[in-house]
Design a protein around this ligand. Sequence first.
Ligand SMILES: [Zn+2]
Length: 469
Amino acid sequence: MAGYPKKPKEVSEFGKFLYKSQDEIRAVQNENLQKQVVLLEKYSPYYSKLFKDRGISSADFKTVDDLEKIPSLNKKDYMADPMSFRLTIPPDAPVQPHERIMWGVHYTTGTTSGVPTPFFSNTHDYFGNIMQLARMCEVGAITNNDIVANIFPLTPVPHIGFWKTVDYCIASGARCVSAVTGSKYDPFPIHNPLDHAVDMVERYRCTVLSGIVSFVRRVIMRAEELGRDFSSVRHCFVLGEACPQGMRNDMRSRLENTGAKNPFICSGLGFTEMQGTTLECTENGGMHICAPDLHFLEIIDEKTGKRLPDGEQGLLAITHIDRRGTCFLRYIIGDITTLTHETCPNCGRNDVRVEMQPIRTMELVNIKGTLINPDILKTEITEIKGIEEYQIVFTKEDKKDPLSLDKLEIKVAIAEGFAKDDVEKQVVARARKAVEMTPEIVFVDMKEIFDPTKTLKSQRVVDERPRVE
Ligand SMILES: [Zn+2]
C-alpha cells in the first residue's frame, strides 16, 4: 500500500493534546476564544470598532458557535488595511513581553494590487508556532533521524514555505539543508540552479524532500534523467498546489527509478494565516490541522455565511484563538473544501482534518457560459502517462477579437517514447469527461510551460481572455 501508515513511536507532551476527546479539545478552544476576544476588544483597531458598530462585546463570545454573531472576513478587507488587524499592545499593558514584541513578518501572495500584505507574529506566536510545527512533524512522521532537503525557493518576499521548513526542523530536531533556489538577485548571487538541489539531495542522503509540488517533481525528474541516487528519500512533503493521485503516482514511480523505496507523498494545505500547514498522516487520509488550540477552522456557506456541517463543501475559514500579532476571526482563506471531526482512522488523533483536496475559489472558471472546475481537469490529465508538463489555457477562437468564442486549449509537453496521436486522444477524452468540452491540443517544449529558473511553480491554468467591461 502506497503511503505507509505511520504511528509515531514517541509523542511529545503537547503532541498528546491531539489525542484528547472532541469535547476536551472544544472546551480548550472555547476558553481560548474567550481570552482572544478580550484582547481583540482592547487592542485590535479593526475588531474593537466592529464590536462597537454591531453593539456586541467580548462577553458575547462564550463558545466558538458565537462566532456566527459576526460576519466572515474577506481577503480584500484585510489587504485594504493590514495594520488594523495587528494588536497594538501598549508597553504598560499587563502582559508578558512575549506578547507584545514583534518576532517577524511574512507576506501573503495573491494580491490584486501587486503589493504583498504583511502578516505579523509576536514572540508568543512564534513559540506557539514551534509547538504547532513539532506536532506537525509527529503527524507526518518527520523525526530527528531525518535529513530534510528544503527546496522551497528563497523569494524576494518572505513567504512561509522556505522559513517554516527551517522552523519545522528546529521543532523536530531534523537536520536541514537548503538548496537556496529561486530567481537571481544581481547584487548578491546567492541563488542556486535546480541541479544544485539534485546534487544536495544525493550528497547529504536527504530523507525528506520539502517544497512546492511541481518544483519537487522537477527535481525528481532531473535526478531521474541524470541517473542520480535518491535511494535515501522516503518522504515528499509537498505543498502549494493540489496533489492528485496521478501526480503522487508519477512522483513515486520516478523516485523509485532513482532507488527510493515506496516513498510517502504527503500533501498539505499551507497558508500564511496559520503560519504552517495542515498535512496528511497517510496518503489521502485528510490533512490534520495539528494546533486546534491555536486555530479554529470552519466551513462557511458562501451564500448564507453560516457554518456548514462536516462533509459539506464550502469556504474554509480560520479564527485565531491564541495569537498576539495579526489576528483574525472567521477569515476566508480562499479555498473550497470539506472538514471532518471524526477520529482519524489511521492515527487516532482527534484534531479536525481538511478532508477534500482544496479548490482555490479563484480557480473556478466561466468558459462558454459554464462554470467549470479546472481542478477536475487537472486530476484527469495527471492520470495520463507520457505527459511531462501540461497547461490549461482559456483563450479565444480569434485571439484578436475579444468577443469571439471562448476556446479551451491544452498545452502538452510529451515524454520521450510516447506517441503524440495517442496522448492527444487521451487528453481530449479526459477533458470531455471532466468538463464536457473538446480542447485543442498544442504540443510544446517542457520549458515553455514551466521553467523552474523563472517561476516558483508551474502555472497549470492560464486565462488569456481579455476582460470585456
Ligand atoms: Zn491521522
